[in-house]
Design a protein around this ligand. Structure first.
Ligand SMILES: [Zn+2]
Ligand SMILES: [Zn+2]
Length: 183
């Protein structure tokens, strides 16, 4: 998986806090927090008192700076302010619920004990992601029944291959119009 800032640099696994695995960019110092790593880490943390009197709203800030693409699912990430106390914005993927932290932002959040706030700040988005994945799993099951296991396996194989290809739309159009000559 490559860095969403440096593009060509491969991210390497690292520990940002005890039990919190991230993917780190050795060039720009950014860190990628995947949903599954965040969840695994969250479960190792003791219960904490959540101050409901002062929730930390996340404000979408998509217009600041150049938008980054999610290193996992390649969707455009949205920028959010995690807390009024910190001066920077973090990039959050609305699709896979991963979080990108530039340069030393991860360390800053860790040192201010704000890392634990991330899953709470993005809880609504995480729920949407889970709901979407649930309905995706249901759809998967329905299609498997409709087309039969073997055919569906081929469709999935093709889907996977397509997702790695440039000019996906053109390839799809080409597939669905086999009688027309494709250039
Ligand atoms: Zn980088
Ligand atoms: Zn994503």
């Amino acid at each position: 998986m490559n860095c969403p800032v440096c593009h060509q640099t491969a991210l390497v696994p690292q520990e940002l806090a005890p039990a919190l695995q991230v993917l780190h960019c050795p060039d720009c110092g950014g860190n990628w927090l995947s949903r599954s790593n965040m969840e695994a880490w969250y479960l190792t943390q003791p219960e904490r008192q959540v101050d409901l009197a002062s929730p930390t709203p996340a404000h979408a800030e998509s217009d600041r700076g150049e938008a980054k693409l999610c290193p996992e699912c390649h969707r455009i990430m949205l920028r959010y302010r995690v807390s009024a106390e910190i001066p920077f914005y973090v990039d959050h993927c609305p699709c896979c619920a991963g979080i990108w932290l530039d340069q030393d932002e991860g360390e800053q959040l860790r040192d201010r004990a704000l890392l634990f706030e991330l899953p709470r700040v993005f809880a609504a988005s995480l729920q949407r992601t889970l709901r979407r994945q649930e309905s995706a799993a249901r759809l998967d099951e329905l299609q498997r029944k409709r087309f039969g296991g073997e055919r569906y396996a081929r469709i999935q194989e093709m889907r996977e291959w397509l997702s790695t290809q440039p000019h996906r739309e053109a390839l799809l159009a080409c597939l669905s119009e086999p009688l027309r000559k494709c250039s």
